[in-house]
Design a protein around this ligand. Structure first.
Ligand SMILES: [Zn+2]
Length: 310
């Protein structure tokens, strides 16, 4: 995502007259203020909003979409059109149209909620391989969502080489390979008790029972904690591990220490869908992959940003 981040900084800089360095400083300050609750890209969006920069008229590429973005305009080719689905949930019923939209940079799952838009699929005006222009769409759950405030029209632009493989945002767990840094949206399906351990403050390696480091001898060890849990996105499940510095994004530290508080939090987290970013590593002992989490995000970042902007 770092290319997008830089594009975003350039864009904000160009439209505000502030230097890139200045913008980056504001973004870092915003991120620090929000205690890591928000990604760099998300913080950039908030900074852009504070500077009254809007992306309203801007046609962007799919790879430039970042979490939390709203009023998205883009042109893309429909590469995989799914049958219109009917739903009936909590007394509300309606139809949902879904397709994968691609441009030269990436592709994204696109969801239509408006009956008039869905009719475009039903009556064949939107079909596989057609190019469309979308205005005023929002990003939700890493998908592009179109409401009745959005517009959709057939475009005569050409998209020669749409990216058909590997979507930009999320990767399904069954496609994870060791060494990769990935982001995925998945449900927490199982969570284990936190494990406390002590490390050498100099080399961060585990110390033995009497507080000695193999390389540094007797040290005053630091207490660390790790939490492991299992996530599942429907394609597969994987064991995820999160360490001391990041753990707070999932469970407040004080709750880790108190079993009753922890089990309450655990209950809340089980079954919850989250956006998880991290690195896939091979566990040689068990010959399987593990997911080392570096960032945890709420699925609905829009709400978070709304709250922060107040
Ligand atoms: Zn050491």
């Amino acid at each position: 995502m770092s290319d997008n981040y830089h594009q975003l900084v350039d864009f904000i800089s160009k439209n505000s007259g502030l230097s890139n360095e200045d913008i980056e400083r504001r973004i870092e300050a915003k991120q620090a203020k929000l205690a890591g609750l928000i990604s760099k890209e998300g913080a950039a969006q908030v900074v852009a909003a504070e500077l009254n920069i809007n992306f309203d008229k801007q046609i962007i590429k799919i790879s430039q979409i970042v979490p939390g973005m709203r009023k998205i305009n883009l042109v893309g080719k429909v590469i995989n059109l799914f049958p219109v689905k009917e739903y009936n949930k909590n007394g509300r019923s309606g139809r949902i149209g879904t397709f994968i939209l691609a441009d030269e940079t990436s592709n994204i799952r696109t969801v239509l909620w408006d009956e008039n838009h869905i009719d475009l699929i039903a009556n064949g005006q939107i079909f596989n391989e057609c190019v469309i222009e979308i205005n005023n769409a929002n990003l939700r759950n890493n998908e592009l969502h179109l409401t009745s405030f959005s517009e959709i029209k057939i475009s005569n632009k050409l998209i020669e080489n749409p990216v058909v493989s590997q979507s930009f945002f999320k990767k399904a767990i069954n496609q994870f390979s060791p060494g990769e840094k990935v982001s995925t949206r998945a449900f927490i399906v199982q969570m284990f008790e936190p494990r406390f351990f002590q490390v050498c403050p100099q080399c961060r390696k585990k110390v033995n029972e009497i507080g000695e480091c193999l390389g540094h001898g007797r040290v005053v060890p630091e207490r660390r904690v790790l939490l492991s849990f299992v996530i599942d996105d429907g394609s597969d499940s994987i064991r995820a591990v999160i360490f001391s510095d990041q753990i707070e994004k999932l469970v407040p530290k004080e709750e880790l220490e108190v079993p009753e508080l922890f089990s309450g939090r655990k209950k809340e987290l089980l079954g919850k869908e989250m956006v998880l970013t991290g690195q896939v590593r091979k566990n040689n002992m068990y010959n399987n992959n593990e997911f080392f989490i570096s960032d945890v995000g709420e699925v609905d970042l829009d709400n978070l940003i709304d709250e922060l902007e107040k």
